[in-house]
Write a protein that binds this ligand. Structure first.
Ligand SMILES: [Zn+2]
Ligand SMILES: [Zn+2]
Length: 132
């Protein structure tokens, strides 16, 4: 399979992306903690040309986190739809791994970042390289 689809919780916003993705990153930084409300977050990084919103663009709200980064989310259910991280991944969309409908091994996290910020109870995975 080379095409993946995902959605927000209520299903209004749906999107799709195709392989090859740039990476799948497991991030422990404070920004991701606050944006996702979780002790760490897993993200699929996809070149913008390989991503499309299939439905619900009219209910997507944009939150600008800073000069180069934003979080687009569903106005109905509040789930993150897609994010932009212009500092680390310019030209890509950053998608919440948990929003993908169909998991395959191609979406297994590839790198772990901001591990110095990680919560003490979160264990690093030995088979995923630590990038920072
Ligand atoms: Zn929704
Ligand atoms: Zn992060």
């Amino acid at each position: 399979m080379s095409k993946f689809e995902g959605s927000c919780h209520c299903g209004a916003v749906t999107w799709a992306f195709s392989l090859p993705i740039k990476t799948v990153v497991k991030c422990h930084c404070n920004n991701c903690r606050k944006l996702q409300g979780s002790d760490y977050s897993s993200w699929v990084v996809v070149p913008q040309s390989q991503f499309e919103v299939l439905s619900g663009q009219d209910v997507v709200s944009l939150y600008k986190a800073n000069e180069t980064s934003s979080k687009s989310f569903c106005s109905t259910c509040g789930s993150a739809a897609y994010l932009v991280n212009g500092k680390h991944f310019p030209g890509n969309f950053v998608l919440p791994l948990g929003a993908v409908n169909n998991y395959t091994n191609e979406l297994a996290p590839q790198i772990q970042v901001y591990t110095t910020d990680k919560a003490p109870w979160v264990n690093l995975h030995e088979d995923e390289p630590v990038f920072s």
